[in-house]
Design a protein around this ligand. Sequence first.
Ligand code: DOR
Ligand code: ZN
Ligand code: ZN
Length: 422
Amino acid sequence: MEVVVEGNCYVSGRFERCCIGIENGRIAKIAKMLEGDRVFSFGNRIVLPGAIDSHVHFRDPGMTQKEDWGTGSLAAACGGVTCALDMPNTRPSTTTLTSLRDKRRIASSKSLVDFGLFAGLKPGIDVRALAKEAVGFKLYMGSTTGDLLVPQPSPIRAEISEIAATRKVLAVHAEDETMRNKESERDLEGHLRNRPNECEVSAIRKIRDAAKDCRLHICHVSAKSSLPLLANAGTVTSEVTPHHLLLDVSSRLGTLAKVNPPLRRREDRQGLFQALKNGSFDIIASDHAPHTIDEKHEDFDYAPSGMPGTETLVPLLLQHVKEKHMDFSGMVRRLCENPGDLFGLRKGRIQVGYDADLMVVDMDSTVRIRVDKLHSKCGWSAYEGMLGIFPRAVLVRGNVIVESGEQVGERVGRDAVVSASA
Ligand code: DOR
Ligand code: ZN
Ligand code: ZN
């Protein structure tokens, strides 16, 4: 074998001391003992599949004062994310083959981790062309950062049926723009009043009706009242973020905690938490949406919505597992297996034929999250002071890219969608 990784590996739903043999970046063999040209022995440490963060905004091109593919992917990698799926609300927005390919060129030159690129859904896009190279489509039903707002499904009826035919996932920012209040906002309460729970419920209903044949995926579910709609929703999948699970409107963070959809009441947060425990939500993703601290220090009403989170996604959840709120299988399913399956990537499992994307974890190494140890360009985190477990080492396709919280390897990241079809 070219590379062998030895440790306490999570294979087929349980841990076993074994060796993972890697050839050409892919897992070629799993056995008790293997010989390799290069052997990484992690003893009793846990080896998990690398996480797929299926919802990030790396801001590149066009908003690189907030983040770029270099810093965003470094943050991801240091947090155990080995593949990041980037949203299309960049500048220009990713709605044409040219803008998609331009973004791919930028990402390929700077990214440490593999990636997929979402195409933005707006009237008139070339669905068929985009479907060949995008990881999925993204619809914004409520206004937020960027210029991709489509408040009603009616003007995109034709595009929706074309997307259904491609079998690509349609990921949805489900906030009904027509139900928003537009009062001036002074605090998180005001932001929540402007985007009440019914906004989300209504948007989910509308898109479910308008896109019956699509593989619909509801991003960042935030309201408890949305849960019944998702429970009997056939093939509709859903995502939850750490911020909607761990923070609520009582947060003292002010604009730093201003996000869309908003942080809601404690009952909502607890409802999501309980639903997750009971098996709801296919995916946990960060919705990493960095803004500079200067932008966030504007008056509440003007400050942009969004917070960084890709680097803290896995650490917070590993701590969650340690505290027995979730087991490893629940975590690996939502962070690795399901996103891999949903988006058709050969990633997310320690299994022969899958990309050798791995993270090595020591469950005893809980630390307090400190902003000065994080790598996003934005330089702040809503999770400062909370407990987390960061991976000791991270591998992308057999290359060690991170050790002890710092970059060690080359920037090997590539588009996981086009490289799979190449
Ligand atoms: O809070 C948010 N920020 N929600 C979104 O949907 C977009 C994101 C961003 O790109 O800033
Ligand atoms: Zn969104
Ligand atoms: Zn987002």
